[in-house]
Structures are given as C-alpha cells and as structure tokens.
Design a protein around this ligand. Structure first.
Ligand code: PMM
Length: 286
C-alpha cells in the first residue's frame, strides 16, 4: 500500500502533494512502482496534529480518488470521517482505512456497511493531539488484541461483513517505541484474531529512534526509507498481509525477499514437523 498524503502537515511528506495535479501524478507513480493499493489521505494524524474540517478534507481527497480510480488504480481512503469515506467510495475508493477503527465517528461503521467496501480497523485510543498520554500498557499485545476484538464486535454488529475487515496494530498511535517493537515482534498474536493484518511502520518514530541511537530527531523521516523497508520485510515475514509505505520500490524488493524467505522457512518447518527446529536442519535435507 503506497501512501499519498494530500496534506500540508503530515510528519514526513506534508505539503509535497497538496496540489491535486501533483497528488494524482504521485498516485499513478506509486501504482506503477508496484503498489497494489494507493492510500489517499487528507488529514494528518501525526502526534499533536489538529483536525481539519470535513469540507477541507473532501476537497483534498475526492478529486484525487476519482482521478486515480478512473485510471484503474485500487484506491483506499485514509479517513476517520464517515462523510469523507462515503464521498470517496462514490468517487471510486474500494477500501476505507480508518485509523480510529470506527471510534472517531459513530456513523462510520454503518456507512462502510452500506457502501459494501473493505475496511481497515486500526488500533486507536485517542485523537492525535493527545494520544501520547494514552501510551500506557501492562501487556501491549494482549490489550491491543482485546481492544481490536471489541472493535470487530461493533463493526460486524453494524453490518460490516467479517470478510471485509482488516486489522492494524496502529504503530506509533498511543504507542511508545518499545510498544511498537513488541507488537511487530508478536504480529502472530494479532493474526490469531482471524483477520488479515496491515502494518504501517514507514518512517515512524520508533524506526528513527533506533537509527538515531535513541534520538529520532537525528534522522529525519525522509532518511528512514531503507530501515523502513527492512521493517516491512520483518512484518511480511511475521505474517502481515499488507504494509503501508512511502517508498514503494525499495519496499517491493524487501517484501519479495521476505516472501522467498518465508516460503523456504515454512517448507523447512513442514519437513521437520514444526517451527523451532528449522535452524538446526541442514537445508539440503528438504
Ligand atoms: N499511519 C498513519 C496514517 N494512516 N493507516 C493505517 N492503517 N496504519 C497506519 O499505521 C497509519 C495509517 C500515519 O503515517 P503517515 O503520516 O505517514 O501517513
């Protein structure tokens, strides 16, 4: 999934694609580079970001969604607002990517159900302006899984078909770097909920924190693409269905390596009767 932020203030690419023409060009390029999905967003969710009006979000997003969908691109819309989701679907979007998992707008679930499109429910605890206050967990994996489980109940009760739902641990959203790393290392626990898992790690603070030796400001977001591709490969090898990224060509290669690795790993595991033993088996045996 290639990221297309039509915003003045996203943390890594704010302002680059605010002009509709440039945004459309960028979306077409992401698709040509290998993105299966182009994710169009009109509201920044970076820590501390202030909300924009729905009218402003519509004006940023709808023309771009329409042009890309007309060009045959599979478009998702990154929004927390039911009105924007509805308008984007009318303009050709086939997936609604809601970082609040339906918590920000009570009309979202019914809107998505009526539209009959797919839906990404991300783990979220609070609006961006004060989400850092909510980054408190005693067992981050268990709590994120339980909170996503509660979202699934509500979303399906509102009429969204289970087969239409994807889950996302929401890296960086009400999470400290250690929470992000723990969730990444334990993606299997989220997959056990029975839904495809999407991971959005690209250029995020937890990556910058490692690159900058504890200080993310030493490596600005645009300098984190190689590391982001490595993390995408780890997520893919950990069973992610989809990774949401800024740099599609590098990530495309990285996840293809993860796929080759996973395929080999699983055939080794099958041959030895389960995980854990694979490392001790000479590859020539299988
Ligand atoms: N992260 C951002 C925005 N949208 N959507 C999903 N599903 N998962 C994410 O992790 C996610 C998202 C923030 O990053 P950006 O400002 O680079 O778009």
């Amino acid at each position: 999934m290639g990221i297309l932020n039509v915003t003045p203030d996203s943390f890594s690419d704010g302002g680059l694609f605010l002009d509709n023409g440039r945004a459309i060009e960028r979306g077409l390029a992401l698709s040509a580079e290998g993105a299966d999905i182009v994710d169009v967003g009109g509201e920044s969710t970076r820590p501390g970001a202030l909300p924009v009006s729905v009218d402003e979000e519509l004006a940023r997003v709808v023309p771009v969604v329409r042009a890309l969908a007309r060009a045959g691109v599979f478009v998702s819309v990154d929004t927390m607002h039911a009105a924007v989701a509805r308008a984007a679907v009318d303009a050709g979007a086939r997936l609604v990517n809601d970082v609040s998992g339906g918590l920000a707008d009570p009309a979202m679930a019914a809107t998505v159900a009526a539209a009959g499109v797919s839906y990404v429910a991300m783990h979220w605890r609070a609006p961006s302006r004060d989400m850092d206050r909510h980054a408190v967990y005693s067992d981050v994996v268990a709590e994120v899984a339980a909170e996503l489980g509660a979202r699934i109940e509500e979303l399906t009760a509102a009429g969204i078909r289970s087969s239409r739902i994807l889950l996302d641990p929401g890296l960086g959203f009400a999470k400290r770097p250690m929470h992000d790393w723990t969730l990444l290392a334990r993606l299997g626990a989220l997959r056990e909920l029975g839904f495809p898992v999407l991971v959005g790690a690209s250029r995020k603070r937890f990556i910058g924190t490692v690159l900058g030796g504890g200080d993310p400001s030493r490596v600005p977001p645009a300098g984190r693409d190689a590391a982001s591709a490595a993390v995408a490969a780890l997520a893919a090898a950990g069973g992610a269905f989809c990774v949401r990224v800024h740099d599609v060509p590098t990530t495309f290669d990285a996840v293809r390596m993860a796929a080759a690795y996973s395929e080999r790993l699983h055939s080794v595991e099958r041959a030895v009767g389960g995980p854990g033993l694979a490392a001790s088996v000479p590859l020539g045996r299988v």
